[in-house]
Design a protein around this ligand. Structure first.
Ligand code: PBG
Length: 328
């Protein structure tokens, strides 16, 4: 009964029939140049060491990260985001401002290796470098002192700019950090060093594997500075503040549990929007795939496609190299 009213005239399945039709009509495409690879570099290492909580991800030596950066550039990735694991930590994260501190050494080494072929975005935050594991310095009462932390961020930003960073990944969630670091950079003549603002960053349980990767010393949590997962309006407020203060790119983090927030930010932001597919998101996929419960590659591509569909033009992901190979 071909034209009977009981049978549909409009059939969306027509465009799903073959891979070629699906490819032609896909609304979202992830491209390797959208992807930023976060990397961990540990001071004193000679060989890369696999991170137990993140199979396939390594703590690198300065030499091995050079090679990784070359691989990332060859794969056509957009950027690389180094995080440091120092041998010695103290209360103010002194390694941050030491030109021979591991993050500064790493930034210079990567720049030397790949020049402008990748955007180099070291982490501008103290948590990897402090002996208490907080993202800032502590006041006499043991809580994070916002304004004293800004002074350290300003100094750290200058050190990283001098090491050749293209953008600084401001991940600490201190009030006023973007404006403060922008002014410090500008006063020193680093007007071309940009700020990737972690504008919207939630206090997430999914950071667990990362804290293992950087050997975090944190006791407790970051709920006095990172956002409450219950809040959405607050994300708009944070976004607007970072835009006013001069953010060049704004990021939402984590990604998949916050796609609604990502969509809101993308609809409002005049500057490029990034999302961070974080350690716990990566680890969930890898762990389930190791048990044979899901298909690793398909789950990675689906995750990244969903993040892009929700509005992120830029995605930081530990799966960047795998994804680039799959997309080729
Ligand atoms: C803070 C920082 C963290 C992550 C990136 N930058 C840790 C935190 O806020 O506890 C987590 C990233 C991830 O889980 O992959 N410098």
């Amino acid at each position: 009964m071909p034209n009977s009213p009981e049978f549909p005239v409009i059939r969306p399945r027509r465009l799903r029939r073959t891979a070629a039709l699906r490819r032609l009509t896909a609304e979202t495409r992830v491209h390797p140049s959208d992807l930023v690879l976060p990397v961990f570099v540990k001071e004193g290492l000679h060989e890369p060491v696999e991170i137990a909580t993140m199979p396939g991800v390594y703590q690198h030596s300065v030499d091995s990260v050079r090679k990784l950066a070359v691989d990332a550039a060859r794969a056509g990735l957009g950027g690389i985001m180094p995080f440091a694991v120092p041998l010695v930590r103290d209360a103010i994260g002194s390694a941050a401002t030491d030109p021979n501190g591991i993050l500064n050494v790493t930034t210079r080494a990567i720049k030397e290796e790949i020049g402008d072929d990748l955007v180099v975005i070291p982490d501008l935050c103290l948590d990897e470098l402090t002996d208490h594991g907080h993202c800032g310095v502590l006041g006499p009462d043991g809580t994070v002192d916002n304004d004293a932390t800004l002074v350290r961020y300003g100094e750290m930003g200058l050190a990283l700019a001098e090491s050749g960073a293209d953008l600084l990944g401001a991940s600490g969630m201190m009030d006023g950090q973007i404006g403060y670091v922008r002014a410090a950079l500008d006063q020193a003549g680093h007007t071309d060093t940009g700020l990737l603002a972690y504008a919207v960053k939630y206090a997430s349980a999914f950071y667990g594997p990362f804290r293992e990767a950087v050997e975090s010393q944190l006791q407790g949590d970051r709920r006095t500075y990172q956002q409450d997962p219950a809040n959405a309006a607050e994300a708009i407020h944070e976004l607007e503040l970072d835009l006013e203060q001069g953010a060049d790119i704004v990021m939402v983090k984590p990604a998949l549990p916050y796609l609604d927030i990502l969509r809101t930010v993308a609809d409002r932001s005049p500057v490029p929007v990034a999302a961070y597919h974080i350690s716990g998101e990566y680890a969930q996929i890898v762990a389930a795939a190791e048990r044979g419960w899901i298909d690793r590659d398909a789950a990675i591509l689906e995750s990244l496609t969903s993040i892009k569909r929700a509005g992120a033009g830029i995605i930081a992901t530990y799966a960047a190299l795998d994804a680039a190979a799959l997309l080729r």
